[in-house]
Each structure stands twice: as C-alpha cells, then as structure tokens.
Design a protein around this ligand. Structure first.
Ligand SMILES: NC(=O)c1ccc[n+]([C@@H]2O[C@H](COP(=O)([O-])OP(=O)(O)OC[C@H]3O[C@@H](n4cnc5c(N)ncnc54)[C@H](OP(=O)(O)O)[C@@H]3O)[C@@H](O)[C@H]2O)c1
Length: 428
C-alpha cells in the first residue's frame, strides 16, 4: 500500500457495518485482497459495528469460508454506533479509509461522513440513494475539501458500472462522444435473483421522498449542462428495445444522477465535452410488462402513505414479487446471477464539429460482471478503496465529495476492476 499507516492510525481500511448482509461480503473481499497484496500482510484492516459478539462471528465465518484461521485472532474489532458520536470519532481516528456498509444511508449515513471529515479519514460507500448522495455534496463538499478528506459515494453496482462505463466509452471513442444510452440486463439461474431488505427499504423511502431531491438540486444551483451534438430524445415509459430484443423501461437507480454529476465535474474542472445519458433496464416479455405495470402502480400508491410504507417494508417479498427478501439472496442465487450493461454511444468523428450536423460515428461498449448486488458491488467498493490508498495523488484537488467517475477518472480503477469481477470491453 502506498498510503502508510502509523501507530496512532493503524488501519488502511475499516469496514463499518461488517455484520450486515453486504458487510460480510466486504469482509471476505478485503481478506482476499490483503492476502493477495505483496508481502501478504501489508494491507492492515479492522471491522467495526455495534456488537463485538456479532463481529466476532462474522470473522469466524469468514475464517472458515476462506480457510484463513488467522482472521479470528489477527483482525481487530472496533465498537462504533451511528447514534454515539464519540464512538464514530474513535473509529475514524484509527483508519485511513472507512468503508461504510451501514444503510439505508438516508437514515444512518450523515453522522459517519461528518465523523470521517472531522477526524481525517477518507470515506467510501455503496449508496444508491440520489437524495443522500447529492445532499452530502451540498452539505460537505467544502468541509471535506478544507480537511483534505475524500468522500466518495455510490462505489457499488450503483453506480460504478454506468459511471466508469461512460468514461471507458469516451476513452475508446475516436472523436467527441456526445450521447450514451445504456441497457441493463440481469440474468439469473433457475432459482432467480433477489436483493436484501435494506436495499428495498432504501428504495421505498427514496421514492416516498423524491420531492426533497428537487429542493437539494435547487440549493446546489447548478446551471444546466450544455447539450453538445444532437439532443437525444428520451424513450417512452415502456418500449420494445431492438438493441436488447426485449421490453425495457427507464432504470430508476442512482446511475443517471451520478453520471450527470461526473459529467458536470469533467466539464467544469477538466473542460471535457459533456455526454448526455439515459439509462434503461430490460424487463423481458409482455407478461413481465403487465406484472411490472400492476406492481408499479400499487407501489406508487402505497409509498405515498405512512401506512403504505409500513406495509411495504414489513412484507418486502410480497410487494416486490419475491425480488427483495428479509433473508437476502441465497448463495445459489448469487452464484447463478450476472449482469451486463450495454452502452450505445454516438458522437462526432475526429475532425468533425459536434456543433454542426448529425452525429456521424457510433460505438457500443459493454460492462459485464458477476452478481450485481453483492459480488460486483463489493468488488467495486474494495477496489475503489485500494485505488484511493495507492493513487491518492491522482484524485482531484485535495479532498471533497465526489462521484466515482470524478474521483477516479485519472486513476487505474478501471484496469483494477478488469482484473477482478467487472470487465469493460468494446463490442463490434
Ligand atoms: N449500491 C449497491 O449496489 C448496493 C448493493 C448492496 C447494498 N447496498 C446498500 O448497502 C446498505 C446495507 O445493506 P445491507 O443489505 O448489507 O443491510 P443490512 O444487512 O441491514 O446491514 C446493515 C448494517 O448496518 C448496521 N447498523 C444498523 N444500525 C446501526 C447503528 N446505529 N450503528 C452502527 N451500525 C448499524 C447493522 O449492524 P447490526 O448487526 O449491529 O444490526 C448492519 O451491520 C443499504 O443501504 C443498501 O441499500 C447497495
């Protein structure tokens, strides 16, 4: 590790929320990463959370699964609770980077970011909630910049594949890339795929509070990004996509918000031409359209009322058609699931003026990876942390609140991901 630990700050990485469904995968990934690092033990790490006993069990389980008995004895446990400010301060004073796995972030994230900034630890999360991500930028960017701390949200499946996928597409395109449409496809095995309850809760409360995002954006006060090249028309709410040969709908994730923030940063700080972006997800055949339409209407209705939200969060499996469960996906579901994100880009070839005429060049790239929610997410989060530790000098300015694309556009994160579980390629 290029970044050095000291006796008073002894850990490169602290995994906060290590007992959670996702946190446990992060523990295994960091353990694998530490074992791979030259010298075997050069990556120093610890786990943090509310219960010593539960954290001990997580380490024991990881030790058994990875055949690394040393995890039970060598890895320190730090007790920290979001509601106890002092415990967060003590945790943040001990690590160079905090990997925050405690969510939903709208309820638990802010005190952790505040403690990181005040105590000089960099912060990485896997949040997919635009309200939280943008309000943290509004509230903490200047403070983080002043303290030389990086706060980098959405370093999981939300939104590394899309955000870095566009940077990759821009690099491969010979000319000026002006627009990208992405299509997500998730394929699963005979048992299907599912997500854990905390992600469902994040979605329920996020949709319920979509109005607050408009307020945050008003306060951020950004001017609209210039449209370079031909303006891309948004597709309908449901349409048959010839590109992926199935019905598709707009992908309501944090990807469009994160990509736009990255494109704004690259335009304002690096004077790069901004790319217009639309995200879609494949949903299958006519039956899936009908099911989604009925489920979606019901969801929109329930999410508006507190009783409705109570029902949605008490019975996640019922209201999500089994797609989110309190127990999370099984190992078999995880092993059999993978994702592909196909990006269709257009722009102007070298030597042509993007302000004149129609786009005259196209490109298609693909980002593929293992199961998105836990395998790809965790790999992306850990590689983001390793990149931050090794290439700190290549991150923008000397701190601040950033998207993954803005933070890592001058680093080797894409190359690191290529040799782990997310692959970027150009499709012919
Ligand atoms: N971007 C992506 O693609 C992606 C993928 C997966 C997950 N996520 C997000 O990651 C977050 C975690 O998801 P999950 O499924 O792992 O959730 P989870 O299983 O419910 O885990 C939540 C964790 O938070 C801890 N926690 C709760 N309250 C706390 C407090 N007051 N102080 C300290 N720790 C506290 C829990 O610790 P205890 O054991 O003490 O209860 C547990 O470790 C969610 O926001 C989810 O949306 C994002």
């Amino acid at each position: 590790m290029a970044a050095a630990v000291t006796s008073s700050r002894p850990y490169h990485i602290i995994i906060f929320g290590a007992t959670g469904f996702t946190g446990q995968f992060v523990v295994e990934e960091v353990a694998r990463c530490a074992a791979e690092s030259p010298g075997g033990s050069s990556l120093k790490w610890a786990v943090a959370g509310r219960s010593r006993q539960r954290l001990g069990e997580v380490l024991k389980q990881a030790a058994g699964k990875l055949s690394m008995p040393e995890l039970r004895t060598d890895i320190e446990i730090i007790i920290a609770d979001v509601s106890i400010e002092e415990s967060l301060a003590i945790m943040c004073q001990q690590g160079l980077v905090i990997l925050n796995c405690v969510g939903p972030y709208r309820f638990y994230g802010e005190p952790v970011i505040k403690a990181c900034i005040e105590n000089g630890a960099h912060y990485i999360d896997i949040c997919g909630e635009p309200q939280f991500l943008e309000s943290m930028q509004l509230e903490y960017h200047t403070k983080a910049l002043d303290r030389g701390v990086y706060v980098i949200g959405s370093c999981g499946f939300d939104s590394i594949p899309a955000d870095l996928g566009i940077l990759y597409t821009q690099r491969q395109f010979k000319g000026t890339l002006t627009a990208v449409e992405s299509f997500l496809n998730i394929s699963s095995g005979p048992e299907g795929s599912s997500g854990h309850d905390a992600t469902w809760q994040s979605a329920v409360y996020g949709f319920a509070d979509s109005g607050s995002l408009r307020q945050v954006r008003k306060k951020l006060g950004h001017k609209p990004l210039p449209v370079v090249g031909a303006k891309v028309k948004k597709r309908g709410f449901v349409f048959f996509s010839k590109e992926i040969e199935q019905y598709a709908i707009p992908f309501m994730s944090s990807d469009p918000s994160v990509v736009k923030r990255t494109q704004r940063f690259l335009y304002e700080d690096e004077h790069q031409s901004p790319v217009q972006y639309s995200a879609y997800v494949g949903i299958g055949g006519v039956f899936s359209v009908v099911k989604l339409f009925c489920g979606g209407l019901f969801f929109w209705f329930l999410v508006k009322f507190s009783l409705g939200r109570k029902l949605l969060t008490t019975f996640p499996s019922l209201f999500s058609f089994g797609f989110f469960t309190k127990s999370g996906p099984t190992m078999k579901q995880i092993e059999d699931t993978c994702f592909s994100l196909t990006l269709f880009g257009e722009g102007y070839s070298e030597g042509t003026d993007p302000m004149q005429g129609r786009p005259n060049a196209k490109i298609c790239t693909q980002v593929i990876g293992a199961e998105p929610g836990y395998v790809a997410t965790v790999s992306a989060m850990v590689q983001a942390a390793v990149t931050l530790l090794n290439e700190l000098h290549s991150l923008p300015r000397r701190g601040g609140v950033y998207t993954p694309g803005a933070a890592f556009h001058k680093t080797s994160l894409i190359e690191r991901l290529q040799s782990h579980s997310i692959k970027f390629s150009v499709r012919n």
